[in-house]
Design a protein around this ligand. Structure first.
Ligand code: F6P
Length: 580
């Protein structure tokens, strides 16, 4: 079957992006239909009632082909989604929902640079960052791809100079340590990737560090390990106005100057990645040390741009480009693959199935790979900042639930902690397991055990243990009938709990690129079905605005009272300690 997307790669060669972004649009995805009123939604509601008695364990027993029927693969990733509360009819209805929501049109629009970020009148063109040399994408009469590849060229140059010891600090010593100062998207993606790809670290030995929080303890702990003569700071901020980043940048500049370093040679120790050149220049960054960010890339989708500079320093440009090409392969899959085998669409619609029809309020990510230990933090920003919305693209209120709480952590550790709730708690929490087949660090049979644990967890969630099995198990251990009856209820595991498993050969730059892009597109596809804007984040602004007022109350001579007595009481508590 064919999806609503072209099988041919999208030809974006004559797409006037900005012109479109200024025009009021009648596009489906900008004036979304109410998802709950769609025929497929109503059919899914009926189907959900019919599925109340569906039992996954029975379904597997009845159909030996279930694994083949509910799996997909692309870009070096294999997705087993057979352990879900679904039948073929469920999938058909979910795909129908994606179609009726205008997802095909929205995908095309996002790739073509239409203003899918309607509240900010901007395109969301992170996919352009990973398109190959030779592609064209016209915006304001200029080929956007030239800007993208020029920036990549400049990154290649600076990364080469740093790796080869040609970029020297004020005392003429080569750079040994690079500190990325940034927060949110200017931190989480780069940190995830540079740590996930540690086995691909560049032989130069240049060390990369991350400084995100405004907490002085983080600054202190990091800088005590560094030598100002050989440290380079990257101030990474799309807006160059983020409080935490600017305070840390100021502290870094003071730390550098207080080390006795030459103020005239500050430019050798500070570079910036930003779309706000003037603010970076005002801070004291030399103009030729400023790398571009563009307003058509959202912060949480920016690791593919020069925001990924610390990644390139950690793994080298060749590996960085492999990362981009893995993401580009997933982009093409998302754009061209029929919905029935389109991995982001399948994951998105399954997410909708649980969030909106089974009332699942949380979603767990369980990577069984030490190198993916920061994946959940990145997904939390990408998913929750994108899908934590109550208003649709056209300003009307949503009529259904939107983004779930994203949480999780690395396996097997979680098995000895929160997996208890997954197995026996009252909440339904769908989970994605992620595991490579080949470890970068084979150690006796550890990886066999790791893989076995990953599979056995999804198996336990699916099949559980019923009362008869629990009783039989206890009797087989020789327990008295009284103890059997006492203990058996505690040992019952309900089962029938859904999960997906993503398997890959090994975690390499290409597959990691594809994996991250897979979830970016899943989040976007869900946003289209809910009718929300996945690319703005107005909700985080209020806390920032109020933060300045509270700061004035903490530090002012005779500040006005806070608007509420709780905040005032807490201000007084602080002021008593810091008086005089
Ligand atoms: O406050 C949220 C946020 O705007 C994120 O969306 C963004 O990734 C982060 O802050 C950092 O922003 P910037 O790169 O402009 O410093």
């Amino acid at each position: 079957m064919r999806a609503d997307v072209d099988r041919e790669p999208l030809d974006t060669r004559a797409t006037p992006l900005t012109a479109k972004s200024q025009q009021p649009s009648t596009k489906h995805y900008l004036q979304p239909l109410d998802a709950a009123s769609l025929p497929s939604w109503q059919a899914l509601q009926k189907h959900h009632l019919a599925m109340q008695r569906f039992n996954m364990r029975d379904a597997f027993e009845a159909d030996a082909g279930r694994f083949n029927a509910f799996s997909a693969s692309s870009c070096g990733l294999f997705l087993d989604y057979s352990k879900n509360l679904i039948t073929g009819e469920t999938r058909d209805l979910l795909i129908q929902l994606a179609r009726e929501s205008g997802l095909g049109e929205a995908i095309q629009a996002m790739f073509a640079g239409e203003p899918v970020n309607a509240s900010e009148c901007r395109p969301a063109l992170h996919t352009a960052l990973r398109r190959p040399v030779g592609d064209r994408l016209i915006m304001d009469g200029r080929n956007l791809m030239r800007d993208v590849h020029d920036a990549l060229g400049n990154m290649t140059e600076i990364v080469g100079r740093i790796h080869n010891g040609l970029w020297r600090g004020h005392s003429d010593r080569a750079i040994t340590d690079v500190v990325n100062i940034g927060i949110g998207g200017s931190f989480l993606g780069p940190e995830l990737v540079s740590e996930a790809l540690l086995p691909y670290r560049h032989p130069s030995g240049v060390r990369c560090h991350y400084l995100a929080n405004i907490d002085g303890s983080e600054f202190h702990e990091l800088t005590t390990r560094l030598d100002a003569d050989t440290t380079l700071f990257i101030i990474s901020s799309k807006s160059f106005s983020t409080l935490e980043t600017l305070k840390n940048a100021e502290a870094a500049r003071a730390w550098y100057l207080n080390s006795g370093a030459n103020a005239q040679k500050l430019y050798r120790h500070f570079i910036a990645v930003t779309s706000n050149n003037q603010a970076a220049i005002d801070f004291g960054i030399c103009e030729k040390n400023i790398f571009p960010m563009w307003d058509w890339v959202g912060g949480r989708y920016s690791l593919w741009s020069a925001i990924g500079l610390p990644i390139a320093l950690a793994i080298g440009m060749t590996n960085f480009k492999e990362l981009l090409s893995g993401a580009n392969a997933m982009d093409r899959h998302f754009l061209n693959e029929p919905f029935e085998s389109n991995m982001p669409v399948l994951l998105a619609t399954l997410g909708i199935w649980y969030r909106n029809f089974w009332d699942a309020q949380a979603y767990a990510f369980l990577p069984y790979d030490h190198y993916l230990r920061n994946f959940v933090k990145h997904l939390q920003q990408m998913d929750m900042e994108s899908s934590g919305k109550s208003i649709r693209q056209d300003g009307s209120a949503v009529s259904c639930e939107t983004g779930p709480v994203i949480w999780g952590g690395v396996g097997c550790n979680g098995q000895h902690a929160y997996h208890q709730l997954l197995h026996q708690g009252t909440a339904l929490v769908p989970a994605d397991f992620i595991v490579p087949v080949v470890s970068h660090n084979p150690l006796a049979d550890h990886h066999h055990w790791l893989y076995a644990n990953c599979l056995s967890q999804s198996q336990a969630l699916m099949c559980g243990k019923n009362l008869q099995e629990a009783e039989a198990e206890l009797r087989a251990k020789g327990l008295s009938e009284v103890d059997v009856q006492r203990l058996a209820p505690h040992k019952v595991i309900p089962g029938n709990r859904p999960s997906n498993t993503l398997v890959m050969e090994t975690l390499d730059p290409r597959r990691l690129g594809a994996l991250i892009a897979l979830y970016e597109h899943k989040v976007f596809a869900q946003g289209v079905i809910w009718g929300i804007n996945s690319f703005d984040q107005w909700g985080v602004e209020l806390g920032k605005e109020l933060g300045s007022g509270v700061y004035s109350c903490l530090t002012g001579f005779d500040p006005p009272p806070a608007a509420d007595c709780s905040t005032q009481g807490l201000i007084d508590y602080f002021r008593r300690r810091h008086r005089g």
